[in-house]
Unconditional design. Sequence first.
Length: 437
Amino acid sequence: MKIAYICADPGVPVLGNKGASVHVREFTDALVELGHQVRIFSAAGTADGASNVDTNETRATLTVLAPSEQLKRTASIIAAGIARLDAQHDHAHLLSEVTHILADPAFIQASLPLLQDFAPDLIIARHALFSAAGLTLARALDRPCVLEVNAPLVEERRRYWGLTLEREAEDIERAVFAGVDQMVAVSEGVRAYLLQYGAPRERIVVLPNGVNLAHFHPSVDGSAVRRRYALEDKLVIGFSGSLKPWHGVDMLMRAFASINNVLSRRASSGAALHLLIIGNGPQREQLELLAHELGVSAAVTFTGAVPHSDMPTYLAAMDIAVAPYISSDGFYFSPLKVMEYLAMGRAIVAPMLGQLPSLLQGATGACGLLYPPDDQHELAVALFRVIGDAALRRELGARAAAQAWLRSSWQTIAQQIIERTALGEHIDSPLLEVAAL
């Protein structure tokens, strides 16, 4: 089958290291491995100012159709004009919204002749704020359209960054949800959001994110990473991901500090503990300061940004992997980090939130320890238990790897999407009103 994958969001660089970028590459790579001919049409290849840690490869053919400099200048003028009418608007956020709105029709215009030449059998689009590109292109080509929905984008933007052009964002989203042939939600939380915005129930399927089992598996050697950071004789608790408030790394550090203080006072407490924080983000400086205030700076390593291709060796350096998410209304994440932790066969500690309990329940028992969300004490209790029990760590890790092998490969997920699309009916509903926005 010939498949066109549409990623019209200028904020998702296909060759970058952010979770969305990894998702695009690994999902399309899986489609290629299943024997399909795949082309990615993207609004971004690498992030602006990307360094050598922000470049990766994809097995699909990649065509980048980035917003032009003229479009960006026009967006800046329009955003400045709107801001003058209401000084309360954050100019940077408003500029991003206007850029997205202007970029979508430009992306459609640039990609349509290329898609006509490619003549795909199916279009799969990653849902993007202010974008109807996937659906509009599918209707222009009279092809079925599958929409990947990885987050409740309007609500997410409104909650964490603020959303000025709310009506426009909601109208486009409702029209897209009503028009596509199938929607793939990564969690029940995302499914609930789709239903809230009018998506037909029968067109929604819930499929969690996957993992590349050829790269992430228990036999990966993490010894080089351990040597690099002098961790050879340490019991390593680890986190991987962007350092943002909702990831709860500050709570993890406080729990780690409390355990480290208790164990350091014992005469024989086993291997010294170390906290390995893999990734970068806006909380980096704040977290480094917190480590200093808690007196654990010497027992904490911040690696900074790591190429995703190197991530397996970094995860292999961990003994215990933590996903300390903070609770929020309608927790919707299907965390790539947790899928990778599972595939690596690591003992996992995570909160009882959203999809996490089901992800950590294997065929033969639990793949990790769960604790009540936002409870630092219970996080410390769970960590203390798994720190002190090497047999438990091995058992949890073995179950985790078995669970990932059973149901979490990207190939398995990609095949399910293809099969469901083949069984579905093509919906003939051109989106002329959205294409004109």
